[in-house]
Write a protein that binds this ligand. Sequence first.
Ligand SMILES: Nc1nc2c(ncn2[C@@H]2O[C@H](COP(=O)(O)OP(=O)(O)OP(=O)(O)O)[C@@H](O)[C@H]2O)c(=O)[nH]1
Ligand SMILES: [Mg+2]
Ligand SMILES: [Zn+2]
Length: 379
Amino acid sequence: MPLYDSGTSEVGDPRGIGAEGLVVAIQANYYRVRLDADDPCTREQILLCTRRARLKKTGQQVMVGDRVLVEAIDWADGRGAIAALHPRQTLLDRPPVANADQILLVFALADPAPDPQQMGRFLVKAEATGVPVSLCLNKQDLVSADTQRYWQDQLHQWGYGPTMLSVQGGAALDGLKAQLCDRTTVIAGPSGVGKSSLINRLIPQARLRTGAVSGKLGRGRHTTRHVELFELPEGGFLADTPGFNQPDLALSPLNLGQCFPEIRQRLTLDTCQFNDCLHRGDPGCAVGTDWPRYEFYLTLLEEAAEYEEDRLQQGDPDAALKVRMGEKGQRHHEPRLQTKKYRRPSRRRQKQDLDELCHSLDAHMDPLEPQIEGEAPLD
Ligand SMILES: Nc1nc2c(ncn2[C@@H]2O[C@H](COP(=O)(O)OP(=O)(O)OP(=O)(O)O)[C@@H](O)[C@H]2O)c(=O)[nH]1
Ligand SMILES: [Mg+2]
Ligand SMILES: [Zn+2]
């Protein structure tokens, strides 16, 4: 694989050669790099590394999950310097992790109880990264078989096949282990659902702090605070992330549809007449409105439209670009048409507008929909 900037091996590395590795953690200005096991010289050694000034100068940030070339290795002290980065296959910004193969979202069946809105937002946020998403529901030991079936069915309707498990129960986690083997998985989800407990169960040496769910709020205490990759005994890596409770979506309307498996699935069968269709039952739309999360989709569409308007008002040049996600999370930018003309007011807003129109025929009086010169009218 080509390197951005391979540089040259320098004095300090007694054998005059660099070594390839993976950044597993960042501590202040130091990077912990696990050298590749396939190099017989390195024997899976972990080095504490700095970053070459050259990388700093060219603004190349090193992230957890980056594949790097380490030079100037002091084998006795376990030190080195990162000289170059491999191109990233995927990139997550919160948490900052490079080259994740999948995101495993964890929710609890109880303590804290599942909240469909919150689940939906986590799912959309994870799908928006373009990295494949899977789902598991923990704390199976706390609920009845009926409750488990209910959530299984519910999520199935949303296009997901969740793995039910209990980190505290004695049952083996074989299905999940197979899913994680030889891949880099970022584990995310609300606070208190058992993400760190799951990693401790799969990788006992990780010894992550876990927290009791606070009684009053029924939430965890945001116990996990930094990102680190832990190696699975079967191969592959897990990254724990701090739980938070309401992810902020920060999505553009035209990118929202691809975050819903229900929409993606319908679009494999048919295509909408217009390629900028927002799938709100408009003529020629192949998605339609008869699906369980349709109202939720409309709510997020409103939020996305507001987000995009804010960005345009702040003069963000990226707001004029549409992001297309490759299969492995690579982002491609395409120019997009002005977005505001695609925005449709919510039904409540439409009714309000209609009421207002009855009293005044001047549509430009609407304080929430300022008209922009040269802009196409709302549809
Ligand atoms: N009953 C039951 N409790 C569990 C299970 N898994 C985890 N817990 C408990 O849930 C609490 C929260 O677990 P954590 O692993 O800290 O949760 P987390 O998702 O990492 O939370 P944050 O770090 O705050 O995001 C702890 O008290 C765990 O012991 C389970 O399968 N069953
Ligand atoms: Mg945690
Ligand atoms: Zn459509």
